[in-house]
Design a protein around this ligand. Sequence first.
Ligand code: XUL
Length: 541
Amino acid sequence: MPLYLGFDSSTQGLTGIVVEIAGSERRVVLQRSLNFDADFPQYGTRSGVLPRPDPLVATSSPLLWAEALDRFMGILARDSTLDLTQLRAVSGAAQQHGSVYLNGAAAAGLARLDPQGPLAGQVRPMLSRADAPIWMDASTTAQCAAIAGAVGGNEVLARLTGSRAFERFTGPQIRKYHEEDPSGYAATDRIHLVSSFLASLLIGAHAPIEPGDGAGMNLMDLKARRWSEVAVRATAPGLDRKLPALAPSWSVIGRLSRYWVERYGLPPANVIAWSGDNPSSLIGVGLVTAGRIAISLGTSDTLFGLLRAPRVDASGASHVFGAPTGDYMALVCFKNGSLARERVRDAYGLDWDGFSRRLRETPPGNRGAIMLPWFEPEATPPVLTPGVRRYGLDAGDASVNVRAVIEAQMMATALHAGWMGERVVAIHATGGAARNRDILQVMADVHGTEVQQLAVGESAALGAALRAFHGDQLAQGREIGWEEVVAGFVEPVARVRPDPRSVAVYAELKHVYAACEAHALGRGPDPTPLVQAFRSARGPA
Ligand code: XUL
């Protein structure tokens, strides 16, 4: 039966999923993950990030990503349960915004990758910059201001590219590199996203960028789906010659090159353009029609949904990207996702079971105890100086802090998604932490909406496998609708219904939370009276 392979190169690891599809017979036949810290200790990453003295800087290693891809293919090739001669197409997704800088030797180097030797050593001489800034970097505030200024302001930039200038977006990162290392910039022939870099390794040539991921650069004209001359000029000199081409999401961009065919015995399967993890997740959670949103609980938490037309968030906190369906998608990104949950878990010496137990034994509303879990610089709302803020919350109490971090994360998703204007009938929950029913209950109660738990938590990798199937079908001349593409993979395994009593509690608590957020951002009065009023209305502890 035909097989399709999808990757997700995320911040913390590489996941691959193989699906088998023949008519209505559809199933996941392999799902494996490699963890960057644990499986590749020689790179010294922590949660996938290279250690750095400046908390605003976040980089990782393109060689690590290449080595993980190489190792994964080896695992696949040794798996005797799969008939890899049936592998028809491969696609992938990667953490968005990160950039990889290749020199003029890369085109020839990619074309003659030697199957006799491992990949990473052959990629090293192609890099004009050893490290890659990733989406957790928040060090480009000055560059954001310069780019926004040069195009006529952030509103103009948001209308043009789908987002105002954001520190983690690729354009500001490229500008910073040009400013800080002009000779490194001059030696750079091609600047890839993580997605197009990994796709290039598969096809043995410079791969194009796909518009879903391209929209995360502050460089692409979102409606025209081509590089915006104005934005490119505002970013760095000569950048137009360093950007890969843009190609539609479903393009066959090449075939698995000789390296993969000879080293691992894989067939020369079609490679479909790689996308960003969020656009890919849109497919992997089955959001191919409007009116539903997904919340992905990963390293970052994201809330996203399909938009038929581009709409801009007036508050400037969110993004509009291209969707792999050819439509648009709205995305709100919260950087303090699983990193914040893990920080709270570890601070109180808990495991995930203990964490869940604490969540269950505390009441919805947490008696008004509120945390703003900004362990790292936050994107939504923008917070550059990290630091956890607590209102009516005793830092020493494990249970109350566990509930406070989860409630804060869910209230932030509710508070910052209103601009999308979609009437939400259901939330599709995905990402590692979406396996936790207690967390999903808080999500359902805060949003007052049914939450659907999906069978496959790794929605970006699943979305990539399904995009591989879709692109391959089109390449064979078979028009296929997206509902048919995702059928059989995205049906919920469980539904978590909101509890009306808790919904009422959160309807009130959301106002208290919003006041705490405004205060912490220096935009509102001390919320202590509101916290106390909420607490006394709920009776003593
Ligand atoms: C989205 C974002 C993150 C990364 C990493 O804008 O920065 O979700 O894609 O997952």
